[in-house]
Write a protein that binds this ligand. Structure first.
Ligand SMILES: NC(=O)c1ccc[n+]([C@@H]2O[C@H](COP(=O)([O-])OP(=O)(O)OC[C@H]3O[C@@H](n4cnc5c(N)ncnc54)[C@H](O)[C@@H]3O)[C@@H](O)[C@H]2O)c1
Length: 255
């Protein structure tokens, strides 16, 4: 029996077949889950095309996490396919170029606000929108990049990740009584579209394989996707508000 046999999962964030979410969806299907994807706007058709590369057919529904209309419609759009969901994957991040790449002191608030809304507040928005479909409990899993440190060039996206990590803990507090677990996977650098859009990303990923006791392959999203699948499964029944590091061990090392 697969790790996720019979589970119904909503997976956001599939943009290309490099997306972490693509590999989560692939593994989830291989482990027995039924998957629904979300995408939005001009990316919708791309997601539909990429979804054809998954092992099993999937439906793609519209969700821009900044759209009140999409958030209000989410429950109904999911109910066209299933009467409940057991898990939600938040694999969403965006910040305007002006707030990354070494421009920390000059970044304008309007652009910082965009980063915070899409990359942090959206975890709350998505959780609340999906909650009516999780009346028997479930698991919400998001992706972070360790917000304990000031990294080169990550700048306000790093601040957004700190807010994201805190948001996951408050959601764990408020959704725990309903049997909904909220956890994050803190991944090392992986060369996806989002990562490559960070000006100077090579300064963040540089030296990672050497610093990691287990080594690290920036082209391999599989270890990260496996951890997400594990947190979606029934094998972490008493874990919430947690951040599992999948970074080759870098977070635990000194210089
Ligand atoms: N790649 C890395 O090095 C790395 C490391 C740690 C954490 N993460 C996190 O993993 C998550 C997934 O990113 P990825 O690296 O797979 O890149 P990606 O570019 O493949 O995925 C980012 C996704 O965010 C979605 N998105 C952006 N704005 C949105 C909106 N308004 N509404 C709905 N969706 C929206 C995009 O459609 C895209 O699918 C992000 O939270 C990212 O910060 C990435």
């Amino acid at each position: 029996m697969g790790l996720l046999e019979g589970k119904k999962l909503l997976v956001t964030g599939v943009l290309t077949d490099h997306s972490i979410a693509f590999h989560v969806a692939r593994l989830a299907q291989q482990e027995g889950a039924e998957v629904i994807l979300t995408s939005f706007g001009r990316q919708f058709r791309l997601t539909q095309a990429i979804a054809k590369r998954l092992p099993n057919p999937v439906s793609v529904i519209e969700l821009d996490v900044t759209s009140d209309e999409d958030l209000a419609a989410l429950e109904g759009r999911i109910r066209e396919h299933t009467d409940h969901i057991d898990g939600v994957v938040h694999s969403i991040g965006f910040a305007p170029q002006s707030v990354m790449g070494g421009n920390f002191l000059a970044a304008p608030w309007a652009d910082v606000a965009t980063a915070l809304e899409i990359s942090a507040f959206s975890l709350k928005s998505l959780a609340v929108a999906a909650k009516p479909l999780m009346s028997s409990g479930g698991s919400i899993v998001g992706l972070t990049f360790d917000a304990s440190f000031a990294w080169p060039v990550y700048d306000w996206m790093g601040v957004a990740k700190a807010a994201f990590e805190s948001t996951s803990r408050y959601l764990a507090r408020d959704l725990g009584p309903e049997g909904i677990r909220v956890n994050l996977v803190s991944a090392g650098p992986i060369r996806t579209t989002a990562a490559k859009s960070i000006p100077g990303f090579e300064k963040m990923e540089g030296g990672w394989p050497e610093r990691a006791p287990l080594g690290w392959d920036q082209t391999d999203p599989e270890p990260t996707a496996r951890a997400v699948a594990a947190l979606l499964s029934d094998w972490f029944p008493a874990t919430t508000g947690e951040i599992v590091h999948v970074d080759g061990g870098v977070h635990a090392m000194g210089l």
